[in-house]
Ligand binder design. Sequence first.
Ligand SMILES: Nc1ncnc2c1ncn2[C@@H]1O[C@H](COP(=O)(O)OP(=O)(O)O)[C@@H](O)[C@H]1O
Ligand SMILES: [Mg+2]
Length: 337
Amino acid sequence: MELAPGYRGLRLLRRNGRIAVYDAWSEARGCRCVVKVVDLRGDAHDRQELAREGRLLLSLTHPHIVRAYELLRRPRTALVLETLPGETLGHAIRARGRLDARDVAQLGVQLCSALQYLHGQGVLHLDLKPSNIVCCAGLARLIDLGLARRPGRGCAGIGSAPYLAPEQARGAWLSAATDVFGLGATLYHAASGRAPFPGDGRRGYQQLRMRARVNDAAPSVPVLLAEVIDRCLDPDRAGRPGIAELCALLRSAGDEVGWRWSVSASAPAEIPGRWPTTRTTSRCGPVTPALRSRRLERLQRGIQNAEPIGQLSGSPNQEAITTAQGRGPTAAPSPRT
Ligand SMILES: Nc1ncnc2c1ncn2[C@@H]1O[C@H](COP(=O)(O)OP(=O)(O)O)[C@@H](O)[C@H]1O
Ligand SMILES: [Mg+2]
């Protein structure tokens, strides 16, 4: 199915309202990509919203934020993104029950780096949650800037209920502290295996009535890390740390437990059974061992050239590649959240 000129839809990944997300093939690039399109029921508002997300992503360059290739307006609005191999954080948590404290600290530092950059551009993400983070080969990448906007008064309840800051639930003033809450809620979920405020908000928002403390859900989360997460979830935004302070606190918490990255640490990209492919398509051809090792070499070269911000002691990427080469893919089933 042609989604837009030069882009063939391979598989529907998700439909959210009138926006559909496809695993797609880019004729010009000869590679897979992800295409977000407004479906036929979409109206001018949907098209504007997707275009806004596209323009914003096209203006950003950060190793922990997904890259946009292009935004098409005709014959319909379509946003083309790079395909991030690996798995969503939501999938990683479901597959493992919860993440080790060392992974949580590493994840938090990387996301702080993305948020610090985003906030520096004058934009809040406002939809931080495990399904909007993709993890692969030592890197966490933020996706879905569909709700991103400048600080200001928000509409009540916009976002994902289990992760909403109280001011988002109420429709009050949104600021950088709102994203700190979303990041804390995401780290809470990663560390405990549970969302901090389950429910869809139809019967009211739990975050308006109670305060979540991660050790109540998971007593084994180390004290320092638990304190940092709990501070992010302070209902009073003045009590939450700023992003720079949060990053420093997470580094201290990570120093206490030791650093590592084991989430989706093996080789990414079109290895059968690994997201986004369950099988390689005939277009890509079969993935032979020789092709796989060429891809790994390319990946290794690419990673060696890149110095992602937020990557701390050791070299999780290097370790990831060694692991992948040593053991081959240990594919998890495909996540689609
Ligand atoms: N660039 C990407 N690379 C890999 N997977 C993606 C990408 N963009 C989206 N996805 C997948 O599609 C899902 C939905 O995309 P998202 O942008 O979050 O839209 P929405 O949540 O608004 O439907 C994500 O949770 C993720 O599984
Ligand atoms: Mg999403």
